[in-house]
Design a protein around this ligand. Structure first.
Ligand code: AHM
Length: 338
């Protein structure tokens, strides 16, 4: 029998686990030490561990409140605590992460022994009010360079344009990890049988225009006249422009952002009279999402300017967030500026 050379059935995706994909990326960077690659792999491991707990949440007595409140004054759920502890436990290993700023912690956790030069911002379990009713929740993260010593709270207070990488994990009908290092946004779907994330969404591009809008309309009485005018606009009829748009709102940022990234349209959590700075947190919610949307060819605005240029004043600073298709975000800005 003649030996023939073998060609992979699909040269892009076959066998591409998250780890393989990250390693192959490292080989393309001259002089890469492997620290960044190793850190991304550690984040993938934390995501696997959290996904496993989320899947078993209803069975494992981890639903419900702990009785504590976090720095935002919100009730803390058991899975919030578990997810936060998981991130800290995983990232303190290997010495690449010098500190973590988390939604669940008043202050950053610093790892003085680490030398790897990176900081991580994370919302370990976003949308946690949805846990008890089996709606999609997620993890959001950003990676910054720790470029000065000693590491202090101020080391984290950088605008989102300085992220080295950002991503999120959606624990939905599938578990999908989406990440970017600023060039190309890629999605990896969790295969529970194999225990791996496999490349499933290569080079995600956010459509330039969509026909969905996503906003908590219960806040309409608190919006500015400009935001109210935008809201009327997307609901008004103009067949040529694809209006009226359809509304979708989950109330879990990862779910609303993931749909908007893949299908286009707009997600908006604008400033209002109750939350003059917006509701979402800059370092571990709005910033990473803005970094991802820009890398996918979409836009991220505060309503009047670029989210990635906003400098956080504290670890838990908030920011209005309008993300989505370029054309739809531009329309929002036009109304919002008045
Ligand atoms: P959380 O940190 O309490 O989970 O709040 C963040 C969540 C986001 O996931 C979501 O986009 C937003 O809050 C929904 O807010 P609202 O319920 O005001 O619409």
């Amino acid at each position: 029998m003649t030996q023939t050379s073998w060609t992979p059935p699909d040269s892009s995706a076959a066998g591409a686990t998250l780890e393989t994909f990250i390693l192959e990326g490292m080989f393309k960077v001259p002089g890469a030490t492997g620290a960044f690659t190793s850190l991304l792999n550690q984040i993938g491991l934390a995501a696997k561990l959290i996904a496993n707990r989320v899947r078993r949440a209803g069975l494992a007595d981890v639903l419900g409140w702990t009785g504590d409140t976090n720095v935002q004054g919100e009730s803390v759920q058991k899975l919030d605590v578990i997810s936060n502890d998981t991130f800290i436990a995983v990232l303190r290993r290997r010495g690449h992460c010098m500190g973590i700023a988390s939604e669940e912690l008043d202050d950053a956790v610093l790892f003085p022994h680490a030398t790897g030069g990176y900081l991580v911002t994370v919302d370990p379990l976003d949308g946690s009010s949805n846990i008890d009713v089996d709606i999609s929740i997620g993890t959001i993260f950003g990676i910054l360079r720790a470029d000065s010593r000693p590491i202090t709270t101020a080391s984290f207070l950088k605008p989102g344009r300085e992220f080295s990488a950002a991503g999120y994990v959606i624990y939905g009908s599938s578990t999908v990890l989406v990440m970017t290092t600023g060039e190309g946004v890629h999605g990896f779907t969790w295969d529970p049988g194999a225990g791996e994330f496999f490349l499933s969404h290569e080079n995600i591009r956010c459509p330039q225009k969509g026909n969905l809008y996503s906003v908590n309309e219960g806040n309409a009485s608190r919006w500015t006249p400009g935001v109210r005018a935008w809201n009327e606009h997307v609901k008004s009829v103009d067949v040529a422009d694809g209006r009226p748009y359809s509304q979708r709102y989950v109330g879990s940022l990862v779910a609303d952002a993931h749909r908007t990234l893949l299908k286009g349209g707009i997600f908006a959590y604008p400033a209002d009279t109750k939350s003059p700075e917006g509701k979402l947190r800059l370092l571990y919610e709005a910033g990473p999402m803005a970094f991802i949307f820009e890398a996918a060819g979409g836009s991220a605005s505060t309503g009047t300017g670029r989210v990635l240029d906003v400098v956080p004043q504290t670890l838990h600073s908030r920011c209005p967030l309008i993300i989505g298709s370029r054309s739809d975000v531009a329309t929002f800005e036009r109304f919002s500026r008045g």
